[in-house]
Design a protein around this ligand. Structure first.
Ligand SMILES: NC(=O)c1ccc[n+]([C@@H]2O[C@H](COP(=O)([O-])OP(=O)(O)OC[C@H]3O[C@@H](n4cnc5c(N)ncnc54)[C@H](OP(=O)(O)O)[C@@H]3O)[C@@H](O)[C@H]2O)c1
Length: 316
């Protein structure tokens, strides 16, 4: 496993991170979740991503249990807030930040998270209120650093320009060969300001592994076939033209000596913008396969060919 520094922080994160959306505390039973986390540590993955909203606290609770026996300083733990936990608990007001960090720490059974992230931009709270409250969370030692997920570039710039507040060190956008939107404005805004990318759905929720065939139903054990986990899968990615195009990546991955999943992960890690690719995994064998994407050099011509094949279907 290779490691990268996260933005201007002192955090050194594994190129592959383990996430917990839909899976742990959700569609994946606890023993399997524990096996995934154990495999991740065995392979040098030191970065775990969660959020209060995942399973409405259930993902943090499972991770708290599973991580309890490990030295706290041996891993980098990230969580988030913003989405509604109850009818009245939502957003990034000072009141919510104070309340949600304590609830997350309780579930995670720890005194601090390494990274506390604003899960979305909150248009109903003044930015300054959010930034001052996040700054206080760091001052109190409850978080070491702060980040955001899916903020518009203009709001990133506004936060960076604010004096006397903690600086963001991370950005968590969706990014994959099928979702390239952050390349246009978010990556440049972050690059200029010491903010690293930790990207979600780098496998397009499994579509880029090639396991969804144009002529076959979704595998029974896949996210697409799962009533609880499949609801968020982008419909267009299951269409015949996209699935046929994805299959054309198979020989490119083989030429690189990688599986399709590894090739897709190596692609998001190809430059210096992305510090870590946050994978979801429903079993330890997926963690093992995906971890091997790190530190494997790939001929840029193979990546360029993959980009050409998927460009007609990718979001820019
Ligand atoms: N900030 C945000 O708004 C946001 C949003 C979404 C996610 N996230 C974070 O990003 C993490 C990753 O998101 P994601 O789960 O969508 O990522 P992903 O890695 O693109 O997709 C993960 C899914 O793909 C399948 N898969 C993974 N490796 C595979 C392999 N080697 N072979 C075959 N199938 C494989 C698994 O599903 P099946 O086995 O079930 O098919 C797995 O659960 C989340 O856990 C969360 O921490 C953040």
């Amino acid at each position: 496993m290779q490691y990268r520094q996260l933005g201007s922080s002192n955090l050194v994160v594994s190129e592959i991170a383990l996430g917990s959306w839909l899976t742990y505390g959700g569609g994946v039973e606890k023993e399997r979740a524990a096996a995934c986390v154990a495999r991740a540590f065995e392979l040098g993955i030191n970065f775990i991503d969660t959020a209060n909203i995942y399973g409405h606290g259930a993902a943090e609770t499972v991770l708290g249990e599973v991580l309890a026996g490990r030295p706290r300083e041996s891993y980098v733990l990230a969580t988030k807030l913003f989405f509604p936990m109850t009818d009245s608990d939502r957003g990034l007001s000072r009141h919510q930040i104070v309340k949600q960090i304590d609830a997350s720490l309780r579930r995670l059974r720890t005194d601090y998270v390494d990274l506390y992230q604003c899960h979305r931009y909150d248009r109903e709270t003044p930015l300054e209120e959010t930034m001052r409250a996040m700054t206080d969370v760091v001052a109190q030692g409850k978080a070491r650093y702060i980040g955001f997920s899916e903020w518009p570039a203009a709001k990133i710039e506004a936060a960076v320009a604010m004096a006397g507040v903690e600086k963001f060190v991370s950005s968590q956008p969706q990014y994959s060969l099928l979702w390239r939107k952050p390349e246009a404005a978010v990556f440049p805004a972050c690059r200029a300001n010491g903010i690293g990318q930790i990207v979600w759905s780098p496998l397009a929720q499994g579509v880029l592994t090639g396991k969804y065939r144009p002529d076959a139903p979704a595998p029974a054990d896949s996210r697409a076939a799962s009533p609880s986990m499949g609801a968020f899968l982008v419909d267009a990615w299951r269409s015949r033209p996209v699935l046929e195009a994805v299959q054309q990546l198979a020989p490119l991955a083989a030429a690189a000596g990688l599986t399709m999943a590894q090739f897709a992960l190596a692609w998001v890690l190809r430059g210096t913008d992305v510090a870590s690719a946050i994978i979801g995994a429903t079993g330890p064998e997926q963690v093992s396969e995906n971890a091997l994407a790190s530190g494997h050099p790939v001929d840029p011509a193979l990546f360029a060919a993959a980009e050409r094949i998927l460009a007609p279907f990718a979001a820019f």
